[in-house]
Design a protein. Structure first.
Length: 373
């Protein structure tokens, strides 16, 4: 097995790829690992001279489906090195900084992540990163990732990193686009025993005619969705708590005493139903995250033992039957002098249907095995 495999995702990078490959060859010779390393260029559907250039520099070329994540996964899976490093083909990441990563790897670090921000010792050259990414998008999403997934990295989108192949192989990866950078970092960080973040410099890329493949809004929202859905689902619990508060404030506990349906009654019921929906979303997204390889532990998993199709079906049938009977009695006056609040009965009837449908959705995940290696 080689010591190092260097993976470069590539989509029409003929202008900048030669700069990257020259620097890599220089570093490998200087580090005396030229015969113990490999360079893998992952073609992502190039229509220019990228593949021809890669072969000219003796790089191994593999082909992947469209998407940044797909390209990296294909390259990493093809790698034969003990360690894998990857960076973009536009020369925005300077491969002359690769020795920093190699040094840390030789010290036993299993994940070495670059950091481009001045606050943490890095540097971003003029015009190397859009202002919206530099001061808003990246810091915000990095902070959310740190909080939701409990990892220490401060620049989760940095595309220059190095890691042990065996650490990567412990996990399942499902992202196909730019969000793969976040998924990958979360999983290898959790699977490693020793990891570190080191400062690097981000340069203006060498593209002259082509443009960046990063789509600010679509990729940003995909990543935001990824973080919210597969994190600890704090927004779901937050919204559930807010709606529950307003439900109680509007008198949900006094529902049994309501004789006439009014606006306050409507608000209390709607807020309560919305709160339940967000709670179930929390359960669903949490369990889905486990199925997709995010390890979660704690008392929450105990709840899943009691959320089953069988139990929910029985509970639903009991409540549905009782409330249906009560509604018929009220509607057609089948029993003389029978008095019960019809709003309360209808409320319980609605809750039973909502809970059954949500538990049915959660139970669908039982058909999918855990995506763990």
């Amino acid at each position: 097995m080689n010591f190092l495999s260097i993976v470069i995702p590539c989509l029409n990078e003929a202008e900048s790829l030669p700069y990257c490959l020259k620097k890599i060859n220089y570093v490998l010779k200087k580090e005396n690992i030229i015969n113990n390393s490999e360079v893998i260029v992952v073609d992502n559907g190039s229509t220019d001279e990228s593949v021809k250039i890669a072969k000219k520099f003796k790089a191994r070329v593999v082909y992947s489906d469209k998407g940044y994540g797909n390209a990296l996964k294909k390259g990493i899976e093809s790698a034969k090195g003990d360690y894998v490093a990857f960076a973009d083909a536009d020369d925005s990441y300077n491969f002359l900084e690769l020795p920093k990563f190699i040094k840390k790897a030789k010290l036993g670090y299993e994940v070495i992540q670059g950091n481009r921000f001045e606050k943490y010792g890095g540097k971003i050259e003029d015009n190397a990163m859009p202002i919206s990414h530099r001061y808003f998008g990246n810091p915000f999403l990095s902070l959310m990732t740190k909080i939701f997934f409990n990892i220490k990295y401060n620049d989760v989108f940095c595309g220059f990193r190095m890691f042990k192949k065996k650490v990567y192989d412990q996990n399942y990866y499902f992202s196909s686009g730019m969000e793969f950078a976040v998924e990958h970092l979360i999983k290898v960080a959790r699977s490693s025993s020793k990891n570190v973040e080191i400062p690097i410099t981000l340069h203006q890329d060498k593209r002259l005619k082509s443009s960046s493949h990063l789509k600010t809004f679509s990729d940003g929202f995909k990543t935001l969705k990824f973080i919210i859905v597969h994190g600890i689902q704090i927004p779901s619990i937050l919204f559930a708590t807010i709606f529950l508060f307003f439900s109680f404030k509007n008198g949900i506990l006094n529902l049994i005493h309501y004789e006439n349906f009014n606006t306050k009654t409507l608000y209390s019921i709607v807020f309560f139903l919305m709160s339940i929906q967000f709670i179930f979303f929390y359960f669903f997204s949490n369990l889905a995250s486990q199925k997709l390889g995010f390890e979660k532990t704690g008392s929450l998993n105990l709840i899943y033992k009691y959320i089953s199709f069988n139990r929910s079906l029985i509970s639903f049938l009991v409540i549905f039957t009782l409330t249906s009977i009560l509604l018929l009695i009220i509607q057609f006056s089948l029993i003389e002098n029978f008095s019960i609040n019809k709003f309360l009965v209808f409320f319980l009837f609605s809750i039973s249907i909502q809970c059954f449908v949500n538990i049915l959705m959660i139970s669908i995940l039982e058909y999918f095995g855990d995506k763990k290696k």
